[in-house]
Design a protein around this ligand. Sequence first.
Ligand code: SAH
Ligand code: SF4
Ligand code: F3S
Length: 476
Amino acid sequence: MDSLLGKSFYIKTYGCQMNVYDSEKVAAMLQNEGMVQTEEHQTADVIILNTCHIRDRARHKVYTELGFLKKNKEKRLKDGKCCVIAVGGCVAQAEGGEIFKNAPFVDVVFGTQTYHQLPAMLDQAVQYSYKKSWQRNVLTNRKKEQVINIDFTSENKMDYMPMFRSIDGSEFLAIQEGCNKFCTYCVVPYTRGMEVSRPADLVLKEARAMADAGIKSITLLGQNVNAYRGLAPGAAGPGEETWNFSRLLYAVAEIPGVERIFYTSSHPLNVDLDLMKAHAEIPALIPFVHLPIQSGSNDVLRKMNRKHTAEEYIDIIEKFREYTPHIAFASDFIVGFPGETEKNFEETLALVEKVRFAQAFSFKYSRRPGTAAYNMVDQIDEAVKVERLRILQDLLQQHQIHFNKQSIGQVVPVAFQKHGKFQNQVIGKSKYMQSVVVSNINPAEFLHSIRLIKIKGATLSSLEGVVEQSAQLQSA
Ligand code: SAH
Ligand code: SF4
Ligand code: F3S
């Protein structure tokens, strides 16, 4: 792919951690082709947007950005420079060729399962860009010179992607992708496809590569991470022995250098006794589970097709707590789902009071074309959604602050990953995934290590800590 050699690229990532992970893979792949990553779109020959379709706002952001990029492209072309724009990820998967209609200056559209073909697609687009007709028509409709691939291929993109890991990359490792659950509000089964698990030996190989690069803390990713069912190491193919999620957790925990494991997002239907035992038995597995419920009302849960009740969810939480008394939970909520009554909403508040989450994400229901709930009657007024979200978030935040304040005075292990806003400041994660800020230190001594920190202060969003002088260094 000669035309890519020496060209610069810029990637902007929207949406969830899976997209962050995919973008890292794409960047590694393009670097292997001799391209150079840049942090500024103005200087990039190739601009890539890795997009999210989960709520209307996420989709909207992409088109707003494309508006700016059009101006950027006009300017670069005037200056005689290359400017290929590629849109990939979940909006691309959902809208496909519509993107070319809405934004004719886009050159490449790639889906969530065709990342590994991106270098070839970009190569083609860059070659087109040298043609006179391209220069002339580039801001209008010009089908012949646009490249699209949004197939759900039988090959697994992951098998074609580099295992490249730098210590400055993220701690994410995708083990499973896609979803068969079809919650009635959700686009993920359409944008990511059906559930696929990576073979265990590939997951372990990547985890070892991460540990060897010095990454101590690993976050296992999946749209339904605990639905994992991958081929066991040595298994030849379909029909052979598989590992469940817990089996994989034990194996990842055995890798030298892996000191911390977190996973997200899990689904209540796939929680089993093995997973609860794993939390009690694996020291590296942090006592923090992200377990979305969405609503505390059984009526709403039924209409959402969540396939479990609020009581079953609370049973799961209580059982987890029996096995691991200090375990904490995070969740996701949607308010204003079609037909949600005031009473239904109060049931959500009651569930929140009962469980007391350490952290939560909450959203107003967003109507997504193509999903079952799109056509449901009794869509809720925006003003009601806004008010319910405010009330729910107030309560969740009270609990979160209370949870964070409990850390004050404690000495806790913190995994440091990035620089803070100010010089001589670092930000790490506690074993409950709280952000911990430490100031007036030399960042080089802290980054990529797990250190004992005394917590001095707590707010809704972070903890503030100081180095515990007498505390033993856990790892260099
Ligand atoms: N697989 C995970 C979550 C995937 S999407 C799970 O099942 O729990 C992340 C979150 O976005 C969801 O948990 C849900 O709270 C929210 N979400 C998904 N679709 C939405 C929609 N149409 N409107 C508002 N929020 C939505
Ligand atoms: Fe979406 Fe439901 Fe699947 Fe989660 S389980 S990704 S909310 S369909
Ligand atoms: Fe968004 Fe796709 Fe993730 S829709 S939340 S980027 S799976």
